[in-house]
Design a binder for this molecule. Structure first.
Ligand SMILES: Cc1cc2nc3c(=O)[nH]c(=O)nc-3n(C[C@H](O)[C@H](O)[C@H](O)COP(=O)(O)O)c2cc1C
Length: 334
């Protein structure tokens, strides 16, 4: 898939997710073959004001792997400055968030609120395009529309492309739906039909497995799929998709040993790359992700939520996983 001058080998993107798609998780997904990762949305205003917490979230991928930075805002100078900051740290594209439904974002007339102001949204895209070098694609992620009555995604996407956007991602829910209901494949198809060929349209919403990926591509004609919640604790999905898309056999769901290996890799990245009061929370979250659906995972989750030291959480996870390995050996022997 081509996004302007950028070539993406595997048409699968990791969705930007606040407090989820941090550097450790993006790295794990890259190691499992995702086509491109994008940072969580970052306030242009905060970035341009030098807010350290926000600047720290704008992290380049490890080992020079390509990545995108997502920004949100509506003021010219902060948006231009934030986009240039993204380019300065090596971002391969700058994505503009026009889909966030959160009250605090919409109250500032940013995120999905911009779908009600296509002229201003176009101005924002033009401003960011002018701020970055020609070879850096500026892209837009938006929703189906504001509400059931205003499902303007096809016209809105075309307006963004006219203003210079080089890729459109559509989450097939409206702002008022939030995360309820289902992502509407019909509106994603209409966006694909409306947007000029040569500009990739990425379908997003509710894809959690290989079948869902193929359904999204076939039903909507979209060029790639963006996956968010379905990748949490399940980065193997990217590996499976890569195999399926290359016509080699699907390696299937992760084995217990693979889960243990990724839990170790993920927690070691967290310990290496993160610090501060949220560290313990990040470690607990990663441990819980890889235990999901396994024997007595709820008890395990409750246990680690009471532990207040990161290393002790990891020890508890090691113990939990080794019991599962033992239990499986006994079951096999019986
Ligand atoms: C916890 C969480 C945080 C999110 N943060 C962002 C964000 O920062 N930027 C954005 O464009 N979308 C954000 N989203 C929306 C996702 O990118 C995606 O559009 C949505 O989850 C639907 O895709 P999925 O069904 O594959 O998860 C977030 C979603 C979740 C669940």
């Amino acid at each position: 898939m081509r996004i302007g001058t950028l070539h993406i080998r595997t048409p699968v993107l990791l969705a930007p997710m606040a407090a989820v798609t941090d550097l450790p998780f993006r790295t794990i997904c890259e190691e499992f073959g995702v086509g491109l990762t994008i940072t969580e949305f970052l306030s242009a205003h905060a970035l341009s004001a030098g807010d350290q917490k926000t600047v720290d979230k704008m992290t380049p991928s490890l080992n020079g792997t390509r990545f995108g930075v997502q920004i949100f805002g509506r003021e010219d100078e902060p948006m231009a400055r934030a986009a240039r900051m993204a380019v300065a740290i090596g971002a391969s594209l700058v994505d503009i968030n026009m889909g966030c439904p959160a009250k605090r974002v919409v109250a500032g007339e940013c995120g999905s609120a911009l779908m009600r102001e296509p002229k201003l949204a176009q101005h924002i895209v033009r401003n960011v395009v002018a701020a970055v070098p020609d070879h850096i694609p500026v892209t837009v992620k938006h929703r189906a529309g504001w509400d059931q009555v205003h499902r303007n995604a096809p016209e809105f996407a075309c307006a963004m492309v006219e203003a210079g956007a080089k890729m459109i991602t559509v989450h097939g829910r409206t702002r008022t739906q939030g995360f309820s209901g289902r992502s509407d494949l019909g509106i994603i198809r209409r966006v694909r039909e409306a947007v000029p060929a040569g500009i990739p349209v990425v379908g997003n919403g509710d894809v959690v497995d290989v079948e869902g990926y193929l359904r999204m591509r076939e039903t909507t004609g979209c060029d790639a799929v963006m996956i968010g919640r379905g990748a949490q604790g399940n980065p193997w999905l990217f590996q499976r998709l890569r195999h399926v898309l290359r016509g080699t056999s699907d390696p299937g769901p992760a084995s217990l040993e693979q889960r243990i290996a990724v839990f170790r890799r993920h927690t070691s990245l967290i310990l290496e790359l993160k610090s501060g009061p949220r560290l313990i929370h990040e470690v607990r979250k990663a441990c819980a992700w890889y235990a999901k659906g396994l024997h007595r995972c709820n008890q395990f989750r409750q246990k680690i939520w009471q532990i207040t030291d990161s290393d002790a959480v990891i020890d508890a996870a090691e113990e939990y996983f080794s019991h599962l390995v033992e239990r499986r050996s006994k079951n096999r022997a019986a």
